[in-house]
Design a protein around this ligand. Structure first.
Ligand code: NAD
Ligand code: MG
Length: 380
């Protein structure tokens, strides 16, 4: 059982999850105090002892000095580039400034740069790396739970367009991921909960035993238990790695990772991608909806949707539209946003639905009339 696996390892050790992508293969190290060990872990990957660290203002205040010291102790010269915290930094304007500053720092084609931050920094830095001098390699040091279990792994990088989120980007895999669990200690509770929505998603989409472990051990995870946190990040990364290995560019199976995201993205778009509903909250609500819709279609056993909702709600995540502050658009408008989702293909809406906990599947066979009725019912 997953619990036995935890007991088998000393609580303070790091573990490694390999991502087997041939020429683009890399390791994810998960454990405490990895920032302090970054010099030893990063030095062998560098062509010369020079790098740039890209981070945001919040993370810089909390964690940058320790990373600089660790790299300095390994003889690596660093330039820190600090951008404002928040989604607005995933913009053409910030990308341009960042590229100029990387060039000013003397970053060459064979150098490797470091992204220290949440998904915003990882996506922005990864995309800058993908295009700087036609491509430099980069290292991810994810500092949010969401980034450790999701955005730092798999090679999707990018920025937002005025036309929508994540519409400009590139597939560019990192060469190393260091998921230092200690960094999560400074994360605001709301951000931790939001990342947890993605952790639960992995269990719900493909690993029932993991979901059952979460039902038992969620409280320990939230309380800061290091072995529980390492296990949750490990299982999440293993599943993401396995899916990405099979379908790096989302031709098929990778779409399963969008469980809760088609409903969720519509709500994020409707609420302006802001503080009203952050991504992980939208995913939790969208996941609850995906299970309710699956159950309504008779796809999953009675009680499944309630069990999923209870779990997410107990973690402090929203699971019903009534919990979203302010007005929401009506069902027709939400459906229209879902149709425009970038995952849509040939104008057809694709949904991730479930036959049970741990048994998600994708379908383009959606009765939009019926879906509209469901969304109407959800609003009441
Ligand atoms: P984020 O990077 O904005 O971080 C959230 C907030 O937490 C920020 O204010 C940040 O400054 C702060 N923060 C980060 N680390 C901290 C720490 N250790 N202590 C205290 N504060 C800390 O947001 P996020 O939730 O990490 O990522 C969201 C972004 O990730 C979105 O832009 C989304 O599109 C993207 N994303 C990408 C992928 C992918 O596959 N590339 C997957 C999922 C999400
Ligand atoms: Mg997500």
């Amino acid at each position: 059982s997953p619990t036995d696996t935890i007991g088998a390892r000393p609580a303070d050790s790091a573990i490694t999850v390999p991502v087997a992508l041939g020429a683009r293969a890399y390791d994810i190290h998960i454990g405490p105090a990895l920032l302090e060990r970054a010099g030893t872990l990063v030095a062998p990957l560098l062509d010369r002892p020079v790098t740039a660290i890209v981070t945001d203002e919040t993370v810089a205040d909390l964690h940058l000095a320790r990373l600089e010291r660790a790299l300095d102790e390994a003889g690596i010269a660093t330039t820190a580039i600090v951008v404002p915290a928040g989604e607005a930094s995933k913009s053409f304007a910030t990308l341009e400034t960042l590229c100029d500053r990387l060039l000013d720092a003397g970053i060459e084609r064979r150098d490797r740069i470091v992204a220290l931050g949440g998904g915003v920094i990882g996506d922005l830095t990864g995309f800058a790396a993908a295009i700087l001098r036609r491509g430099v390699d980069f290292i991810q040091i994810p500092t949010t739970l969401l980034a450790q279990v999701d955005s730092s792994v798999g090679g999707k990088t990018g920025i937002n367009s005025s036309r929508g989120k994540n519409l400009i980007g590139a597939f560019h895999q990192p060469v190393l991921v260091l998921a230092d669990l200690d960094l999560l200690d400074t994360l605001p509770a709301r951000e931790f909960r939001a990342g947890y929505a993605e952790v639960a998603k992995y269990g719900l989409l493909g690993d029932r035993a993991f979901f059952e472990w979460l039902e038992t051990d969620r409280a320990a995870l939230f309380a800061g238990d290091k072995a529980a946190r390492r296990h949750a990040v490990e299982v999440s990364c293993r599943m993401k790695a396995e899916i990405v290995e099979e379908d790096e560019r989302e031709a098929g199976r990778r779409a399963l990772l969008n469980l809760g995201h088609t409903f969720g993205h519509a709500l994020e778009a409707a609420t302006g991608y802001g503080n009203r509903l952050i991504h992980g909250e939208a995913v939790a609500l969208g996941t609850a909806q995906a299970f309710r819709y699956s159950q309504r279609l008779g796809l999953c056993p009675p009680g499944t949707a309630e069990r999923v909702r209870d779990h997410l709600a107990a973690a402090g995540l929203p699971t019903t539209l009534g919990e979203v502050p302010g007005e929401l658009p009506d069902a027709a408008a939400l459906l229209e946003i879902m149709r425009q989702d970038k995952k849509a293909s040939r104008g057809r809406l694709t949904l991730v639905l479930a036959r049970d906990i741990g048994e998600a599947f994708t379908t383009a066979d959606v009765d939009e009339q019926d879906l509209a009725t469901f969304l109407d019912e959800e609003a009441t």
